[in-house]
Ligand binder design. Structure first.
Ligand code: WTA
Length: 655
């Protein structure tokens, strides 16, 4: 890590929401001294309550924490309705399509669209409070509109990323017992149409009796199959709905949405978020971390199918009354200057993206940013994985003109919003380092028993006090919830939330995230459970055993590498290569079918066996070291067959 420290540019960020370390420490102290008071004040200040809460935090049934009990609100009102008072004609969503088409929705227009959509869902599809709606959507305004329409009715949405396969979509529909699926015919990417509806058709072929209707938003207007009595055109029906719709009041703890994410076992987890706590932190971090001001135009390049798209394209920015940009396309089309031309076009003030995109744009267009006027930028953000010094430096100099603050935001699907991040007007930044916990967030690096990990050593990244935007449950699986997040670390004898990440603190108290400690890999900032990929590969008839590990990758951060033991190995040398290539193709086709193209293996090695202990446990650490070309320092004498390590090493040299 670079030793250089970068101080906030006072000219640019002097009037930031938190603009000095003293002010930051004050807030931290306030939360330390009166935790509930800190959160209570924030909740009263930020949320437009329909009924005020009467209890801040209820820990009786820990770890099923409850926040702001007694309070009632509506998240769509918090994000849209209430802004009609003072932001009626302000742009809420600015949309840019893949081919450059533009569409702006003011808060007034967004309000009408959300209301009509909510009315449609209620009147036509009988969607009521608590019903689940699966959204399989491209990056178009209707994705945000339908999310908010669900919130308006108190229905629970579950957005499934458009890159997931029919099988993955089906699993999520069934697990959530969704009544309605909202999708699009398809959308555009790199100048060409791509399709979503056929994937929904395939998903619904089996086992989805819970689904009563499919609502299709026409975007690319390509021909699709219409199932009579099940599929309905959004655009045709929406015309008839009224623009008036009363918000459904919900309790603070009412689930706002589910979002499935990978864990260390095969089945994805339906992370369940609350209404009040979630929206409070989504909105607050927009102000703390992005220094959002009333006239700002803010752009996050994530997809709505991930948590970053939920919290920092839709809910956070709209709750904070911002102008949020939504982009359908990819950053490299028509060329590597696309993002910078959009920053210039819309005068973007905050730009938030993933290190993998920064690395790609750097590689494809080192000088591109200099061709555009990027002087509107104040804050640059990164999320999803650690940012390496090279990428950081380019982002800082070429994109941020050496004056913007870079906020390296550390958080997860489960945390709902940022946990550890620099504050752009306050924190002296060390590149590659997520710096300090945000006020109110008790992030600690500890050992399993709660003792603080010594400075400079790796420990477990835990959040040792409950916080409002935390995961409330795994949908339908409270036991797994307890075990997955509160099973590993304790403090003062009480289970505390463990993130699954390792971290290290330096002598100045700066926190660096060192990566997952479990069997989850981070591909282009996306979480992939190795167990999920292994389960897909195991479906191949000639696979006897498989172990998947992450392999460092220039652009993606980590790529997926599979060690595969075949049942029958080709006998003649001549057939070898052709057969193996064919098997590799078949395996990747299986992964694409079961999960989606995002989980394809970058590389595979066929090995005679895996390094196992005598009790049959696969030693993944050895496999991880081998693929990185590291020397094996672990004790291999406990392996069933220690010679396998050398054999695999030799095979890898040839791959
Ligand atoms: C990783 C994405 C280092 C981490 C918001 C975490 C990071 C996982 C950072 C969550 C960061 C996220 N520095 N690592 N700034 N941000 N991670 O649920 O391993 O898709 O546990 O949420 O990404 O991924 P998820």
């Amino acid at each position: 890590m670079s030793k250089e420290i970068f101080y906030p540019n006072k000219e640019l960020l002097g009037d930031a929401a938190i603009n000095s370390m003293e002010q930051y420490r004050e807030l931290v102290k306030k939360a330390d001294e009166d935790y509930e008071g800190f959160w209570s004040d924030l909740a009263k200040e930020k949320i437009d309550w329909f009924k005020p809460f009467d209890r801040v935090l209820n820990e009786d049934d820990a770890p099923f924490y409850k926040w702001f009990e007694g309070g009632q609100l509506n998240v769509a009102y918090q994000c849209v309705g209430r802004h009609l008072k003072d932001k009626k004609n302000k742009a809420a969503i600015i949309f840019e399509g893949d081919n450059g088409d533009q569409r702006t929705l003011t808060y007034r227009e967004l309000y009408y669209e959300v209301n009509r959509t909510a009315n449609l869902f209620r009147n036509k599809f009988d969607i009521k409070k608590g019903d689940r709606v699966v959204l399989y959507m491209p990056m178009i305004p209707e994705a945000a509109i339908t999310m908010l329409a669900c919130a308006k009715l108190g229905a629970i949405h579950s957005v499934v990323f458009g890159g997931f396969s029919a099988e993955a979509l089906r699993d999520r529909i069934i697990d959530a017992e969704a009544k309605l699926v909202v999708t699009a015919d398809g959308a555009f990417r790199k100048g060409k149409p791509y399709m979503l509806k056929p994937v929904v058709d395939k998903a619904l072929e089996e086992g989805c009796d819970c689904v009563k209707a499919v609502c299709v938003v026409e975007r690319n207007k390509e021909p699709i199959h219409w199932e009579r009595g099940r599929d309905y055109s959004y655009l045709q029906m929406i015309e008839n709905e009224s623009v008036k719709c009363e918000p459904e009041m919900v309790d603070s703890e009412h689930p706002l949405f589910l979002l499935y994410t990978s864990g260390s076992t095969g089945k994805p987890k339906g992370v369940q978020h609350s209404s009040a706590g979630y929206i409070l932190w989504a909105q607050t971090t927009m102000e703390y971390v992005f220094d959002l001001k009333d006239n700002d135009t803010y752009w996050c390049t994530a997809d709505v199918g991930w948590i970053t798209g939920h919290t920092y394209i839709v809910y956070g920015p709209l709750a904070a009354g911002a102008t949020t940009v939504m982009f359908e396309g990819v950053p490299t089309f028509p060329d590597a200057g696309r993002c910078w031309s959009m920053v210039e076009e819309y005068q973007i003030n905050q730009f938030y993206t993933a290190p993998t995109a920064i690395r790609l744009l750097h590689k494809m267009g080192t000088d591109e940013p200099y061709k555009y006027d990027l002087s509107s930028l104040r804050v640059l953000g990164t999320v999803g994985e650690p940012i390496d010094p090279d990428a950081w430096k380019w982002y800082y100099e070429a994109v941020g003109s050496s004056k913007c603050s870079i906020v390296d935001t550390y958080w997860q699907t489960e945390t709902g919003g940022h946990m550890i991040s620099p504050l752009p007007g306050a924190t002296p930044i060390k590149p590659g380092c997520a710096t300090f916990a945000l006020p109110g967030i008790k992030a600690e690096i500890i050992e399993e028993d709660g003792t603080p990990t010594p400075v400079g050593e790796k420990g477990f990244m835990c959040i040792t006090k409950p916080w409002p935007s935390m995961i409330r449950n795994i949908w339908n699986d409270p036991e797994r919830f307890k075990k997955a997040y509160f099973g590993d670390c304790k403090k003062d004898g009480k289970p505390v939330y463990f993130t699954g990440d390792g971290a290290m603190m330096d002598e100045d108290g700066y926190i660096t995230i060192t990566g997952r400690t479990d069997d989850v890999i981070n591909v282009s900032g996306h979480r992939m459970g190795t167990a999920e990929v292994e389960a897909a590969i195991n479906n191949h008839e000639n696979v006897a055993a498989v172990a998947v590990v992450g392999k460092p990758h220039d652009i993606k951060g980590e790529g997926i590498f599979a060690y595969i033991v075949l049942k029958s190995v080709p006998s003649s040398k001549d057939d070898d290569v052709a057969d193996m290539l064919e098997t590799m193709k078949e395996i990747n086709a299986l992964i694409k079918k079961e999960i989606g193209a995002i989980a394809l293996c970058d590389d595979m090695a066929f090995v005679p066996d895996l390094p196992k202990t005598r009790s049959g446990k696969i030693m993944r650490r050895i496999l991880r070291s081998l693929v990185k070309g590291e020397e094996i320092t672990q004790d291999i004498s406990t392996l069933e067959d220690p010679s396998i390590v050398k054999t695999i090493e030799d095979i890898l040299k040839k791959v």
